[in-house]
Design a protein. Structure first.
Length: 300
């Protein structure tokens, strides 16, 4: 049996680790917040003191961190090479990368790991914290068959859908950034619609009820505008996530000289929310950029 480790016990990673444990796997974990790893281990599992220990202990290492730079730290450390997990992973081990990144960066990472004798799966994820905790996320993956042969039981434990999109890295990340294009635009549009309703004096609960049962609904409207109605901007996915992700979308399109007018506008909306002080709030806080509206305060 292969052994599995996971780095990054944030909103998504914690739920994914729980799903692995629930499936009967012994899960090694590392997080920069030592208390998060220790809390997980108390319920079953192994808290690793550092990334080197995680890499040495596991045949499959799953990285669930915020962006490419943090993924580099997981693999290669922030200074000396041996601070990360890559230098300590056994030849033939698999690194599963779950962050939203530039597809070209993912392609280059595969080559770097292959040169070290390691296998790689480009595997960005979608679904949110609740689905991560229940093992129901979607994984958009690409990698060589040998990597899947080792990692597949763990992927299936974490996800309701594991899409295999190609034998080389990059294909998973390409699909993920298109998903993020839609997600970001839908959140921005949902916020704009709710803001107009508030400005015009429409009862927000009634508006939410009607829209979620009408053709104008989207998953993002239904999910994120519930946060607005509750007045709860606890960050399940923060404003700055879409500053980053839509930035990647636009960078990729710019390299191809491909116009993305809606994505550009949505990116500017999230940028405005971020610079206005809402960077770490839930991404539904993009509604706070609209002037002259009184937002619901939820239950006291």
């Amino acid at each position: 049996m292969s052994t599995v480790g996971l780095s990054g016990l944030g909103a998504m990673g914690a739920g994914m680790a729980q799903s692995l444990r629930r499936a009967g796997h012994t899960v090694h974990v590392f997080d920069v917040r030592r208390e998060a790893a220790e809390a997980f281990a108390k319920e079953g599992g192994v808290a690793c003191a550092n990334l080197a220990e995680l890499g040495a202990a596991c045949d499959v290492v799953i990285s669930v961190v915020g962006h490419a730079a943090q993924t580099e730290t997981v693999l290669f450390g922030s200074g000396a090479q041996d601070q990360g997990c890559a230098a300590h992973m056994k030849p033939g081990s698999v690194f599963v990368m779950c962050s939203t990144v530039d597809p070209n960066w993912s392609v280059a990472l595969e080559a770097r790991l292959q040169a070290m004798g390691l296998r790689y799966i480009d595997a960005p994820i979608s679904g949110g914290a609740a689905r991560a905790a229940s093992g129901q996320i979607t994984m958009m993956t690409a990698g060589q068959p040998e990597a899947y042969a080792m990692a597949e039981p763990f992927l299936n434990a974490m996800a309701a859908k594991v899409y295999r999109l190609g034998d080389q890295a990059g294909a998973g990340s390409q699909v993920k950034i298109i998903n993020q294009l839609l997600a970001g635009v839908h959140i921005a549009a949902a916020a704009e619609a709710m803001a107009l309703g508030l400005r015009e004096g429409v009862n927000p609960e009634a508006l939410y009820e009607v829209i979620t049962h009408s053709a104008g609904n989207s998953w993002m409207f239904e999910n994120r505008m519930a946060h607005v109605l509750a007045g709860d901007y606890t960050p399940l996915s923060a404003v700055d996530i879409f500053v980053k992700d839509l930035g990647i979308v636009l960078d990729v399109a710019r390299a191809s000289k491909f116009p993305l007018p809606l994505s550009s506008t949505a990116h500017q909306m999230f940028m405005q929310a971020s610079t206005a002080g809402f960077a770490k709030e839930d991404d539904s806080a993009v509604i706070k950029i609209f002037p002259g509206i009184e937002l619901p305060k939820g239950q006291a």
